[in-house]
Design a protein around this ligand. Structure first.
Ligand SMILES: *Cc1c(COP(=O)(O)O)cnc(C)c1O
Length: 367
């Protein structure tokens, strides 16, 4: 069965092998050397002033970012489950939260962010997804972050890049905190969250807030190539391995270009067989198809050995999501779109004529 869910994504064999060694103690020169090399690779990946690795799923980094960077009021952008989570984290910590809420196919606009900032002069941080994975949409984070900094440069911009880092090159000019996680575009098992910070964010963090996710404690330790608490040693080893593997496969720019092309070829193939793309502005991390028979398409796809994700909550059975994150061979991606056409044919929705794979190959290989 081909795993085409937008997280977890398949872990390449070379990375699984790299992680198969004996467990290292985290307070040893041996592990500190691995940690240091991985930090160097993360500086290249994120392009930020500081990087942190946290032993948690991605939500831990979201919580750490909110409690350390939003001191008076958070503006959270909710166009889906993950944006909603930022607001819930603020509320759980007694931090005031203003929310801009949309249906899950609709991104936030610069104008409404500006209006929220005008109405709430005490907002000191904004939290937004780069890609909101709930519906596969891409927010205009660059434009929104620019507008926020033009309004007041001391407002912290927290960008959840869990399904964007490793998918596309992110302009971090106006971003103070960029979050990533192990089990999506980085093709690792779950359990490691990654965070990039600007110097302005480091200043604002000061002596930090919270305990496990006190970022000041982590900054102090990680600059010495160690962690405050027990490091996620095995996944850190996997992270060094995958980042080197990406380098050896042509580098980050090639990964971004291949991912964008696979996403475009997949979207065009879906439209060519009569399906519609759910989000107004689709991200390249996944293709989300909106369809009243999405649930049936998903189960029929299993017959053709393809596992895609459905939705959550109110759009649980109204969408399916095909992953593009990671080093994915075009022959696998092409099989996935072909399988969707086979599923539609099985369901009697259209005659099978190979349109999906033809369009995919035409776009991807330029025939
Ligand atoms: C997966 C994901 C997260 C984090 O979820 P965890 O289950 O805590 O790893 C956060 N934001 C986005 C956009 C995601 O796709």
């Amino acid at each position: 069965m081909l795993l085409f869910t937008p997280g977890p994504t398949p872990v390449p064999e070379s990375v699984r092998v790299a992680m198969a060694g004996e467990t290292l103690h985290h307070r040893t020169p041996e592990f500190e050397a691995i940690f240091e090399r991985t930090r160097t690779l993360l500086f290249e990946l994120l392009g930020m002033d500081e990087v942190l690795m946290l032993a948690s799923s991605g939500t831990g980094a979201m919580e750490g970012a909110v409690i350390n960077l939003a001191h008076s009021k958070l503006l959270s952008i909710n166009s889906g489950k993950f944006g909603e989570r930022f607001g819930k984290i603020a509320v759980a910590h007694g931090i005031a939260n203003v929310e801009i809420k949309h249906e899950w196919d609709t991104p936030a606009t610069v104008e409404e962010v500006q209006a929220a900032l005008d109405a709430n002069p005490d907002i000191d941080a904004i939290a937004i997804q780069i890609c909101e994975s709930a519906g596969g949409l891409r927010h205009s984070v660059e434009a929104i972050a620019r507008a926020v900094k033009a309004h007041n440069p001391s407002i912290m911009v927290i960008a959840d890049g869990i399904t964007a880092v490793g998918v596309e090159k992110i302009d971090v000019t106006n971003i103070d905190c960029l979050i990533s996680g192990s089990q999506k575009a980085l093709m690792l098992p779950p359990g490691l969250a990654i965070m990039g910070l600007s110097n302005a964010a480091i200043n604002k963090i000061g002596s930090g807030k919270g305990y496990y996710f006190n970022l000041a404690t982590e900054i102090k330790n990680q600059r010495k190539n160690t962690t405050a608490w027990t490091a996620a040693t095995t996944i850190t080893i996997g992270l060094e391995s995958i980042l080197n593997r990406i380098k050896g496969s042509g580098g980050l720019d090639k990964l971004y270009a291949d991912t964008a092309l696979r996403a475009k070829a997949t979207r065009e193939a879906m439209v060519a067989i009569g399906l519609s793309i759910y989000p107004v502005h689709p991200a390249n991390s996944m293709t989300t198809v909106g369809d009243s028979e999405a649930k049936k398409i998903r189960s029929t796809l299993k017959v053709f050995d393809v596992n895609v994700a459905g939705g959550q909550d109110h759009i649980k059975d109204a969408i399916f999501r095909i992953n593009h994150m990671g080093l994915i061979a075009p022959y696998e991606a092409c099989w996935a779109v072909n399988a969707v056409e086979l599923a539609l044919a099985t369901m009697g929705r259209r005659a099978y004529d190979g349109t999906a794979s033809r369009v995919f190959n035409t776009v991807y290989f330029g025939f």
